[in-house]
Write a protein that binds this ligand. Structure first.
Ligand SMILES: [Zn+2]
Length: 373
């Protein structure tokens, strides 16, 4: 049985096999999010650039409207014609690999993309907190680390490298659920317990792009948006920090970039957990036209976007995925059809459900594969 399922999944990577699903993507756009691009020379793990190239070739050969994030927002708002099965690329954080690996690929395909940068990181004032955690777990010589976090004593026994990566991810996830100040103190305690010195500047594999990179890529079709100064989970901050993270990152971006995009990107970005009306109010007061999330709640549509005054401040994005199959499922409508129908992929029913009117709202949700940052 699993062989048949695998065969069907493989079939759906054949471009023509996905064409019937275009109907369920009427009036819907896919906003994709990427984090790091693999750069083995610098020891950077991430999405294989060959997979990104393959995705861009697929979109080109199948004539998908690949447009800028701002163009998607105009369509969603009714200011421009809606774009059926449109795709927009976004990347989060502003790591160097996004400038050296991803941006050249987007330029080669004449493909717009928006990079959301953490401005304190580009300013050289900090390195990403989750990179600090990863660095501690990967470089410690200790076989066991005990660290307090949120009133709980966590004991990590370190064995092989892959096991260390899993434990680091566990610690990162726990960090997202405590107040920001406790998170930062816990990372210091973690480094002390692991006997790892955290340098002020990030090691090469965690380096940010520069503001010069921002301006150089702006000239070649990449746009930039704000993603806070220090990348806290905003719902874990007090009022003053929440306002400061949004206001100052926007001010820094406007000072350094020529045409910053007035669309914000929440750190972590899970709807109902990582931001709320307080952040939306700040964004609205600063003149932002909206914001994107990391909740895999589906594709963006004008109906959803115009459903409430706050909806433009919670526009969903879908993870690019770790393989070509998951990418194709996201953009082609296969995944959308599956949402409509539950777990079964029944082509005839999917197409019948989509025509002639608007598809029913999805109830089934896929599991998130986002890195969560
Ligand atoms: Zn981020």
């Amino acid at each position: 049985m699993s062989t048949v399922v695998d065969w069907l999944k493989d079939l759906l990577t054949v471009p023509w096999a996905t064409r019937p699903f275009a109907r369920v993507m009427r009036g819907r756009a896919t906003l994709l999010v990427l984090h790091r691009l693999a750069d083995p020379a610098r020891g950077v793990p991430g999405v294989d650039p060959r997979d990104l190239r393959r995705a861009l070739e697929f979109l080109r050969s199948e004539r998908y409207p690949v447009v800028s994030l701002e163009r998607v927002f105009r369509g969603l708002a009714g200011e421009a014609p809606p774009l059926d099965r449109a795709v927009a690329f976004t990347l989060d954080d502003g790591t160097l690999d996004q400038a050296t690996v991803a941006a050249p690929l987007f330029a080669e395909f004449d493909c717009p993309a928006t990079i959301f940068v953490m401005t304190g990181y580009l300013d050289g004032k900090l390195w990403c907190w989750w990179h600090r955690v990863e660095h501690v777990f990967q470089t410690t010589r200790r076989r066991e680390i005990s660290v307090w976090l949120g009133g709980v004593l966590l004991v990590y026994r370190l064995d092989d490298r892959r096991g260390r990566a899993r434990l680091a991810r566990d610690f990162m996830e726990r960090c997202k659920h405590v107040p920001e100040s406790e998170k930062l103190r816990a990372i210091e305690r973690l480094a002390a317990a692991a006997e790892v010195e955290l340098p002020e500047r990030p090691p090469a594999r965690y380096a940010p792009m520069s503001w010069d990179d921002v301006r150089a890529w702006e000239a070649r079709g990449i746009t930039f948006g704000a993603h806070t100064v220090t990348h806290p989970v905003l719902s874990r901050t007090d009022d003053a920090q929440s306002a400061r993270e949004i206001t100052e990152s926007w001010a820094r971006l406007r000072a350094e970039a020529r045409c910053p995009v007035p669309i914000f990107c929440y750190p972590n970005g899970h709807v109902g957990a990582d931001f709320g009306p307080r952040e939306t109010a700040t964004l609205r007061a600063l003149g932002f036209r909206g914001a994107v999330t990391n909740s895999p709640s589906g594709h963006a549509s004008a109906a959803d976007f115009q459903s409430s005054p706050d909806a433009p401040f919670a526009v969903p994005r879908i993870d690019f995925g770790q393989d070509h199959r998951s990418f194709i499922r996201s953009v082609s409508g296969v995944w959308r059809a599956r949402q409509l129908l539950g777990e079964r992929v029944d082509v005839s029913r999917a197409l019948a459900a989509a025509a002639p009117g608007e598809p029913r709202r999805a109830s089934a949700r896929p599991s998130s594969r986002l890195d969560g940052v």
